[in-house]
Design a protein around this ligand. Structure first.
Ligand code: ZN
Length: 269
């Protein structure tokens, strides 16, 4: 049995970016496992000022990571995907005990801190060990569209796995990827040549999956009422510019019954 391993920086990224892809793989009899990398439970008694502000924005839940793990596990159980949570901490909590490396929005959405340059190597070694004994493995790593440092670390992990001969597909971080220009910029900045692949998806299934991440909907989509249209519009628009030609956001013509897609990218050189 072949297996798809989705590297998900946070406890919702795989569903947001690859939910349709996972449903299609499962329907085809492929085993699906989501690996939530930065899913560790931090020491809530020792947080940076920035982390405390984030917690306040979330309404100061007593244990937000345990709650998000439970939410993610429940959502993925419904579709029969496996889940594996790693204990690495989200950027805002690193390193445990401080002094913290990412202390504001720009740092969190910026380059990998010099102290963490070796992090992708560590994660790639863990992935490599995990794949031993598995048959017909395909890894999925984010392109890091949007630029979150945890996504960059996961992307660079994917680059290392690719260089080591693993089969790796890179997915578009949603909903950041709805800003098409940023997808093009990330692809260009990598200095690789890329080939896109579209996967037709069950759009209703994806929307239902994403909706299960109740705690994240407002933060991710701005407003819960935008969840469905944001997902639907992007998935339909991919059919019109599958290779990002011109890097323009396509204007959707009135299609009677649009086909919905998710896009992944393979490195060709
Ligand atoms: Zn994320």
């Amino acid at each position: 049995m072949s297996i798809h391993l989705y590297l998900s920086p946070h406890l919702d990224d795989a569903a947001l970016s690859c939910g349709g892809h996972m449903l299609a793989a499962l329907a085809a009899g492929t085993q699906v496992r989501v690996i939530n990398i930065f899913a560790g439970i931090p020491d809530y008694t020792h947080l940076s000022a920035y982390a405390r502000r984030q917690h306040a924005k979330w309404g100061n839940p007593p244990d937000p990571y345990a709650a998000r793990r439970a939410e993610d596990a429940a959502a993925l159980a419904v579709i029969d995907a496996e889940v594996e949570n790693w204990d690495d901490l989200d950027a805002i909590y690193r390193p445990a005990g401080g002094p913290f490396l990412y202390n504001n929005h720009d740092e969190v959405f910026g380059p990998i801190h010099p102290d963490e340059r070796g992090y992708p190597v560590t994660l790639a070694a863990r992935c490599d060990a995990l794949a031993v004994g598995l048959h017909d493995v395909t890894w999925f790593a984010p392109l890091a569209v949007g630029g979150h440092v945890d996504h960059r670390i996961a992307r660079d992990t994917g680059f290392i796995l690719h260089a080591q001969g693993h089969r790796v597909a890179f997915y578009e971080d949603f909903p950041y990827a709805a800003r098409w220009q940023e997808v093009a910029e990330m692809l260009d900045a990598s200095h690789h040549a890329w080939q896109p692949a579209l996967t037709a998806i069950d759009i209703e299934g994806k929307i239902a999956l994403v909706r299960a991440y109740v705690s994240q909907l407002t933060a991710v989509f701005g407003d819960e009422t935008l969840v469905e249209t944001t997902i639907r519009d992007y998935a339909a628009a991919l059919a019109i510019a599958p290779d990002l030609a011109g890097f323009q956001k396509p204007v959707r013509s009135a299609q009677a019954a649009p086909t919905y897609y998710e896009r992944t990218w393979r490195i060709v050189r």
